[in-house]
Design a protein around this ligand. Structure first.
Ligand SMILES: Nc1ncnc2c1ncn2[C@@H]1O[C@H](COP(=O)(O)OP(=O)(O)OP(=O)(O)O)[C@@H](O)[C@H]1O
Length: 237
């Protein structure tokens, strides 16, 4: 785990173009340069279709840029040999949280978190023990034996955050993680993400439309038409 302020991710002049249904090119990301450092929480704002999710895809090595480079702790992502190597890198270093928790419905909370580790080769008993530790850190250990249907939306999202932390990621990417939650639970999840940045020294990037948690971000960027059009830093940061 890097120390606070150490660069985790660099995007340099990244553009991503998609071919639309009618054959025309969509500039989903246009010349984006961005650094993320350990221990900070970045907020990504902007209107629908401006490229926020595409930026997370590039940062999460789920989409290789049409132009520009993505460097992860100094390693250039597009020089990794093939999809299998990228997948492996992602699994070991990056956590994802989405708008919907997408938990496996027939597994309990602790099994959902442990599954990510078991897939990674951790023995079942050890995985379960570590999963319990993560659930405890997220104040949800008392619900460890519940299946998702027996958890509230906020509790499910906590379990999803625990699952994203299973591989102890240096980068945590969250795409509208509070969109399905009421304002109190949404705030709790955002505070949780900030705690992860601070205590685990992960770099955390959060796409959100929600202006109610802006006081929690160290830095905010605003996007428009695939570009970063504004960047601001919290007064205390
Ligand atoms: N796989 C794809 N194929 C074609 N076009 C795409 C694809 N993915 C995204 N786009 C287009 O790229 C642009 C940016 O999309 P993106 O999903 O990144 O926006 P967003 O800011 O996350 O939007 P929202 O807030 O609505 O989720 C949009 O015009 C979108 O239609």
């Amino acid at each position: 785990m890097p120390g606070a302020g150490v660069p985790v991710l660099s995007l340099d002049a990244v553009s991503i173009r998609y071919r639309g249904g009618d054959g025309s090119l969509v500039n989903a990301l246009e010349d984006v340069t961005l650094r993320l450092v350990a221990g900070e929480m970045l907020g990504i704002f902007g209107p629908s279709g401006c490229g926020k999710t595409t930026l997370l895809m590039a940062a999460g090595l789920l989409e290789i840029p049409t132009e520009g480079t993505v460097r992860f702790s100094g390693t250039q992502a597009d020089t990794m040999a093939g999809e299998a190597a990228l997948r492996d890198f992602r699994r070991r270093h990056i956590g994802f949280v989405f708008q919907k928790p997408n938990l496996v419905p027939f597994l309990t909370a602790v099994e959902n978190v442990a599954l990510a580790m078991v897939i990674d080769g951790v023995p079942a008993g050890e995985a379960e023990q570590r999963a319990m530790g993560l659930l405890a850190a997220l104040d949800i250990a008392h619900r460890a034996g519940n299946r998702p249907a027996g958890l509230s939306g906020g509790e499910q999202q906590r379990v999803a955050v625990a699952r994203a932390l299973a591989n102890d990621p240096v980068l945590l990417l969250a795409d509208e993680p509070t969109a399905a939650l009421d304002s109190r639970r949404g705030r709790q999840v955002m505070e949780l993400l900030l705690g992860i940045a601070r205590r685990r020294l992960a770099a955390v990037a959060v796409v959100t439309h929600d202006p109610r948690s802006i006081d929690l971000f160290d830095r905010m960027i605003e996007m428009e038409d695939g570009r970063i059009v504004n960047e601001s830093r919290a007064a205390a940061a």
